[in-house]
Design a binder for this molecule. Structure first.
Ligand code: IPM
Ligand code: MG
Length: 352
């Protein structure tokens, strides 16, 4: 069981260290961890945010635990050298098209949400975000118009095969959990979304047991914070999924709590090859201060054990330990508490 650890920038190394300590505490036999440089850290050391060596290491692993990338000192670099290109490059090169972002308010922890407790209690959704297409990976550029103005442009597109394969992931998740599937698009304005909707309807024919509905993304944003109980599995494209998952995390209480799994088609000896990362970024403002909440990364490690290593029991133990830690009031600054990164990590390990 080979895990590549890619801590990255800002708070990435701090939160990743706590998740690694949790994995090590489980003392699973046959586990090998190795680590590599990624993001701004890699740029400063090797001149590139995703060095070939790191990409090779990621490919050789069964799973990747990723921290965060983003470094303000790189903001002026050409786009292809910026830290964000590391995560976008890993997703694309490794074919990790299916991003699972579960967001739920743990029972008894409704008070951590900025929403009214009676609303927050209904939040338990799985966002299935397409991760290797859309406006993220389309042609883009800046040009001069005929009138002599500067113009920025980004092409949005989805091929039907891209929509179909992510739709199957979402339908399977909905079928397995017995939840409704909501496909989120902007079909009232975008052709890309119209095709998306048409293909989702076609795929739905193969899943007669799954209740499907469609929602425009602006309405979905409103419903997430007013009627979160309406959502079970949410299927959406790359850009809308990026935005809705941050919104869902704020509704849970903190972006420091939401893990993610990015999966492709490749199977390893143990499960599905994947990359696991918190949905938050590198938070340069608090980096190096021991203040970051490591729970999202610890929960990402749990998702890794579940999807890449078929270790459901251990995954559930980690999730229960995190829930217990929260319930015991061991909270970081993101949740109005005063516990630091190391204290939260230690508290989760004690509860394992
Ligand atoms: C995320 C992040 C990334 C994204 C950034 C860092 C490129 O916001 O994983 O949600 O936009 O996908
Ligand atoms: Mg994001």
């Amino acid at each position: 069981m080979k895990i590549a650890i890619l801590p990255g920038d800002g708070i990435g190394p701090e939160v990743t260290a706590e998740a690694v300590a949790v994995i090590e505490r489980l003392a699973l036999p046959g586990l090998t961890l190795f680590s590599g440089d990624v993001g701004g850290a890699a740029y400063h050391r090797h001149g590139h945010p995703l060095p070939q060596e790191t990409l090779d290491m990621a490919r050789a692993a069964d799973a990747i635990l990723f921290g965060a990338v983003g470094d303000p000192s790189c903001d002026a670099l050409e786009r292809h050298l910026r830290p964000e290109q590391a995560i976008l490059g890993l997703r694309k090169h490794l074919g990790l098209f299916a991003n699972l972002r579960p967001a739920r308010v743990f029972a008894g922890l409704e008070h951590l949400s900025p929403l009214r407790a009676d609303i927050a209690g209904g939040l338990d959704m799985l966002i299935v975000r397409e991760l290797t297409g859309d406006v993220y990976f389309g042609a883009k550029g800046q040009r001069m118009t005929e009138a002599g103005e500067r113009e920025g442009w980004d092409a949005m597109s989805y091929a039907e095969s891209e929509v179909r394969r992510i739709a199957h992931v979402a339908f399977r998740a909905a079928a397995a959990s017995g939840q409704r599937l909501t496909s989120v698009d902007k079909a009232n304005v975008l052709e890309t979304s119209q095709l998306w909707r048409d293909v989702v309807v076609e795929v739905a024919a193969e899943y007669p047991g799954v209740a499907l509905d469609h929602m425009y993304v602006d309405n979905a944003a409103m419903q997430v914070v007013s009627h979160p109980e309406r959502f079970g599995v949410v299927l959406t494209g790359n850009l809308f999924g990026d935005i809705l998952s941050d919104l869902a995390s704020a509704a849970v209480g903190s972006i420091g709590l939401l893990p993610s799994a990015s999966l492709g088609e490749r199977q390893t000896d143990f499960g599905t090859f994947g990359l696991y990362e918190p949905i938050h970024g590198s938070a340069p403002d608090i980096a190096g201060q021991g203040k970051a909440n490591p729970m999202a990364t610890i929960l990402s490690a749990a998702m890794m054990l579940r999807h890449s290593f078929a270790r459901e029991v251990e995954a559930a133990r980690i999730e229960a330990a995190v829930a217990r830690t929260l319930a015991d009031g061991i909270l970081g600054g993101d949740l109005g508490g005063s516990h630091g990164t190391a204290a939260i990590g230690a508290a989760v390990r004690e509860r394992l």
